[in-house]
Ligand binder design. Sequence first.
Ligand SMILES: Cc1ncc(COP(=O)(O)O)c(C=O)c1O
Length: 396
Amino acid sequence: MTEPYMMDMRPSPRILLGPGPSTVHPRVLRAMTLPVVGHLDPDFFQVMDDVSEMLRRIYGTSNPMTFPISATGTGGMEAACANILERGDTMVVCRNGYFGARLADIAERCGAETHIVDSPWGQPVDMDGLAALLDRLPRVKAVGVIHGETSTGVLNDLTSVIDLAHRHGALVIVDAVTSLGGHEMRMDEWDIDVCYSGAQKCLGAPPGLAPISFGPRAMEVVNTRESKVQSFYFSLKELETYWSGTRAYHHTAPISMTYSLREALSMAMEEGMDERIQRHARVAAVLRAGLHALGIGVLADPGHRLNPLTAAVIPDGVDDATVRRSLLEEHNIEIGGGLGDLRAKVWRIGLMGESARETNVFALLSALEIALSRQGYEVAQGSSLAAAQQELAQFS
Ligand SMILES: Cc1ncc(COP(=O)(O)O)c(C=O)c1O
């Protein structure tokens, strides 16, 4: 008898417009079918060097310690905190959404005395609150901030946080999981100490790798720690020997995943980072114009919007789950629901990497028009498409 698990897997060909993963280009998928070589094979060393070099370009850094951690974005968070923090250190986390809360949780688990600067979800980092806290605390080892808060669609201004933190002698840890490849990133110019990301969003690779970069100040902290990093897997000193030292074995690198990231980064290089960032801005503007025509607002204020992720406010009387189910089952389109207090209040629409295409916006808007009108929500058929088209015309 043929059991279900003996049959071919048939995942549906979704249009991924949620908070990640984003659509993976066939070229990137094809790269994963290349022969698996050993993690100590000279051919693989070349792939590692290529990946590091392209990541440095995308991060805007010359940091030697720039490479992908074998884990998802959360692994990047863990690696950043585990290497920088020692028991009893003080860390300040700017929390204006779900991922700021996760960063604070991880800092605490690393033994740091963790202080939070809260701002309401949907608002940017409270700079006055941060300044007051840094004035009050005697010695802060690091300040953590989420560049693109995927739970709310807010883009936090990094330069003001970095300036303030450095004036207080603290390192800056930046979460660029959603922003890297979709927004400008100038790690060296902005003087970021540690920055981590995820492969599956604007970089356009499947989930499973977390690019990370440690700057000189951060490396000095790592090199002069009193205690051992509590995580063997994420310990930078050990990873350093594999990625940029004698290439000694640390763990078996995920070969096929690394191929996929190399191809995705190569495609980003071919496109050009400025062009890629402009594309993310353009499709986000087209989406917002379409939503506006439907009477659907955006949670974040205009000056603080994250282009790869728009949190759209669900209109009164419209059922979140019914609409998302209709998009998925009838149109093969995935969008995300709200997290925490924003559950059933917002839709999280991701336009990241390969998913950030106008055709996807038009597909989503027409599917939304159908789903909304079915719920009795008044929609002038085609109005969102016309508005989106008008917005798009402004870019040509
Ligand atoms: C801003 C941000 N940080 C961290 C993460 C965690 O990444 P992952 O789910 O890949 O572990 C996410 C995931 O969506 C994110 O959006």
